[in-house]
Ligand binder design. Structure first.
Ligand code: SF4
Ligand code: SF4
Length: 435
């Protein structure tokens, strides 16, 4: 009975069914005041994901929602593991849903998930199944797979031209097959520094910096191929295995003390993924692997006196997901930036462990058009806006995917003239040049 002066709670009316954005929500699931019964769900699609090798942890989710606010895709759309699990419970087949291709495997959800729901294993497993079942695969990704299978690089460039960048480095860049002796450093260049115009700028800068430091290094030249880690994460496991097998056998022909890589994705492949593949296939793999920022940070005593030209600029730094969260390296790039005279570093809110994602991981590098149709803006565009909001004039990076992604983002968000993008190696190279 209503009590005078006491506001009455609204009467709850349960509808049998409503449809929200094309998904039917049965009334029973809106009864927060009654116990839920797990077998009221149709578990067909959830079970299918959980049955895949790598998909098991999808079943661990208990819908706490911690993953959604940290997911970079949710910032520009409607995403996150919790939402994907919910869709599976509501009868959506993930192998036929656009969400399958949007996860960048950035690992921020796994960092906070109390149940260790591992999207870095789940998504590649479901993508592989979608490919095997002949389901829809975004055409731009298919084209990239074809290019890599045929030419050994995503751009579809001639393998014979892989070392052409070195002709304009201004210093000799030895090639392993020609030096015919052991070297200290095998520099694994990667596809974007080998072929992309801005990547080539960074590769040339790297050659000059290593030469100035007196490092005994060489590259594989046309024997080098795409490492395949992003191919694996995008679901083409067979192609990844072919690439890994080829790279492991090529490297076994030569003698060197360590491998220095340009890219965080190669770093992750060589450090965490190739050892398992090699062991399973009776191949040798026992190398010291360093990202270039780690290699140079170890030589700061030698490097710092060479950095004579001040670069008066306020920069912010974008942590690559596969160097930071996946491999725990946050300090080496910052130590290099701190060594460049004139540079002031401002940190963005989403940095280090909670760093934002450029959108390039997990095959995202080759899915920009597709992802653009399912998000308000690209992740790279959101990150560019953030860098500007924090007052930076320079966005510094150390992943070959990022220079081109962010430079495109600067243009498309109308920030031309406000923000420039540079690889840290380019800044070191510039600071080495006397006025
Ligand atoms: S944080 Fe983990 S358990 Fe919580 S909703 Fe997300 S995936 Fe599920
Ligand atoms: S791995 Fe990254 S992009 Fe994928 S669901 Fe988790 S937080 Fe989102």
């Amino acid at each position: 009975m209503p009590v005078k002066g006491v506001k009455q709670a609204p009467i709850v009316v349960e509808k049998d069914s409503v449809t929200v954005r094309g998904i039917e929500l049965k009334g029973q699931w809106n009864r927060m005041f009654e116990p839920r019964v797990i077998d009221d769900y149709d578990l067909t699609h959830l079970d299918r994901v959980a049955a895949l090798s790598g998909g098991e942890s999808i079943e661990f989710c208990y819908q706490c929602g911690k993953c959604v606010p940290v997911c970079p895709v949710d910032v520009v759309g409607n995403y996150g593991p919790r939402k994907i699990v919910r869709k599976l419970q509501l009868g959506v087949d993930l192998t036929e849903d656009a969400d399958l291709w949007l996860c960048t495997t950035c690992m921020n959800c796994l960092r906070v998930c109390p149940k260790e729901v591992d999207m870095i294993k789940i998504m590649p497993a479901v993508r592989e199944q979608a490919i095997l079942d002949g389901k829809f695969v975004p055409p731009e990704l298919q084209k990239t797979f074809e290019n890599i299978a045929r030419y050994g690089n995503p751009q579809g460039e001639s393998p014979r031209k892989r070392a052409d960048w070195a002709k304009e480095a201004g210093v000799p860049v030895p090639i392993m097959a020609s030096v015919k002796r052991p070297v200290d450093v095998l520099l694994y260049v990667g596809s974007y520094p080998s072929y992309h115009p801005r990547g080539k700028d960074a590769a040339r800068a790297m050659a000059r910096v290593l030469t100035a430091l007196g490092v005994d290094f060489a590259i594989l030249g046309h024997e080098e191929k795409e490492d395949g880690d992003s191919v694996r994460l995008a679901g083409e496991k067979g192609l990844y295995e072919t690439l890994a097998d080829s790279t492991i056998k090529t490297l076994a022909k030569y003698r060197f003390n360590r491998i220095v890589v340009f890219g965080p994705h190669e770093y992750n492949a060589f450090k965490n993924v190739y050892p398992k593949f090699a062991a399973e296939n009776g191949l040798a793999w026992d190398y010291a692997i360093l990202h270039y920022t780690q290699f140079l940070a170890e030589r700061l005593d030698q490097l710092t006196p060479l950095l004579k030209k001040p670069i008066e600029i306020t920069t912010t730094f974008h942590d690559p997901c596969y160097l930071g969260r996946h491999n725990g390296e946050y300090d080496a790039p910052r130590r290099l930036l701190a060594a460049i005279p004139g540079v002031t570093l401002v940190e963005m809110g989403r940095s280090r462990e909670n760093g934002y994602c450029c959108g390039g991981g997990g095959g995202g590098m080759w899915l920009d058009s597709f992802a653009g149709g399912h998000q308000k803006m690209r992740l790279s565009e959101r990150r560019v806006q953030e860098a500007v909001e924090y007052g930076a004039s320079l966005l510094s990076v150390c992943c070959p995917y990022e220079v081109s992604r962010f430079e495109d983002g600067v243009k498309s968000t109308g920030n031309d003239g406000k923000l420039i993008v540079r690889d840290i190696i380019e800044m070191i190279d510039e600071a080495m040049r006397a006025e």
